[in-house]
Design a protein around this ligand. Structure first.
Ligand code: B1M
Length: 211
C-alpha cells in the first residue's frame, strides 16, 4: 500500500495544491479511490477536528483543510462513478436544518458513490420540506441525515416526523450519523440505522437494501 502520510499531512496543513498533487500521485501509483478516502482524507480530517478541539487550530485552518478535501473529491468523483454497474440504490443525503457542517457528510457521499450507490447530495441546512420535495419527485430508497451539533439533533427527529406526516416514511430506509449521534438516539427517533463512520455507512446502506 502506497504511504498516504504525505497526503494526510498536506490536508491537515490545509495545503490545497500539495493535497491535490499527493492525491494524484497516490492514484497514479495504484491506490484505489476508496482507500484514498478511508486511509488518507478521513483520518486527516479527524486529526483536524482534534487539533481544533485542543485549541491548536482555529476556523481559518479548518476551512483550508475542508477546501483541500473538496479539491481532492473533484478528482475522485469521476473515478468513483466509473464502475458502470447499475447503482444498488438511490440515496438522498443532507445535513439537517440549521447545521452547516458538511465534511463528514461529503465523505459519506464519496464512500457511498464508490460503494455502488447513486447519491443525490442536498448539501447543508436542508429543511424537511426540501427532503420531501425531492423524495416526491424521484424514486429514492435511502435517506441519509447528518448532524454535527447537539442543537441540531432535534432537526433530525423533526425530519423523520415530517416524512411520517407526509406519508412517505414507509417508502424509504433512513440512516443517520454525525459526531453527536448514537445508536440509541437513532433508534429513539425511528431511524432504520446508524453508522459511526463514513466507511461503515456503505455496509449499513447495503444491509438496509437487504444485500
Ligand atoms: Co463546528 N462544531 N461549529 N464548525 N466543528 C463542532 C461540531 C464542535 C464539536 C466543536 C467544538 O466546539 N468542540 C461544536 C459542536 C458542539 C456541540 O454541539 N456539542 C461546533 C460548534 C459549536 C460550531 C459553531 C456553533 C461555532 C460557532 O459559530 N460558535 C458553528 C455552527 C455552524 C452551524 O452549523 N450552524 C460551527 C462552525 C464550524 C465551521 C463552519 C467553522 C466548520 C465546518 C466546515 C464544514 O463542515 N464545511 C466546523 C468544524 C470543521 C468543526 C469540527 C472542528 C470538525 C468537524 C469535522 O469536519 N470533523 C468539529 C469538532 C470535531 O468534530 N472534532 C466542530 C471531521 C469529519 C470527518 O468528521 O463530521 O464527525 P464528522 O463525520 C464523521 C462521522 O461523524 C460520520 O462520518 C464521518 C467520517 O467518518 N458521519 C456520518 C457524519 N455524518 C454522517 C452521516 C451518516 C453516517 C456517518 O449517515 C447518513
Amino acid at each position: 500500500m502506497h504511504d498516504l502520510s504525505t497526503l494526510r499531512k498536506a490536508v491537515i496543513e490545509g495545503e490545497v495544491a500539495a493535497s491535490v498533487s499527493a492525491a494524484r500521485q497516490a492514484l497514479d501509483q495504484g491506490v484505489q479511490p476508496l482507500d484514498l478516502i478511508s486511509q488518507g482524507v478521513s483520518p486527516a480530517m479527524a486529526e483536524v477536528g482534534k487539533l481544533f478541539e485542543e485549541g491548536e487550530y482555529f476556523v481559518p485552518e479548518l476551512l483550508m483543510a475542508a477546501r483541500a478535501t473538496k479539491e481532492i473529491f473533484q478528482i475522485l468523483r469521476p473515478l468513483l462513478a466509473q464502475s458502470g454497474a447499475k447503482p444498488m440504490a438511490h440515496v438522498v443525503l443532507g445535513t439537517v436544518q440549521g447545521d452547516l457542517h458538511d465534511i463528514g457528510k461529503n465523505l459519506v457521499a464519496a464512500m457511498l458513490e464508490g460503494g455502488g450507490f447513486e447519491v443525490t447530495d442536498l448539501g447543508v441546512d436542508v429543511s424537511p420540506e426540501e427532503f420531501i420535495s425531492v423524495l416526491k419527485k424521484k424514486p429514492v430508497q435511502i435517506v441519509g441525515l447528518s448532524a454535527l451539533l447537539t442543537t441540531t439533533l432535534p432537526a433530525m427527529k423533526n425530519t423523520i416526523e415530517a416524512f411520517r406526516a407526509a406519508g412517505i416514511r414507509e417508502q424509504i430506509k433512513i440512516m443517520v450519523g454525525g459526531a453527536p449521534v448514537t445508536m440509541s438516539y437513532a433508534l429513539s427517533i425511528g431511524a432504520d440505522g446508524y453508522s459511526e463512520t463514513a466507511a461503515a455507512s456503505v455496509d449499513l446502506a447495503r444491509r438496509l437494501m437487504g444485500a
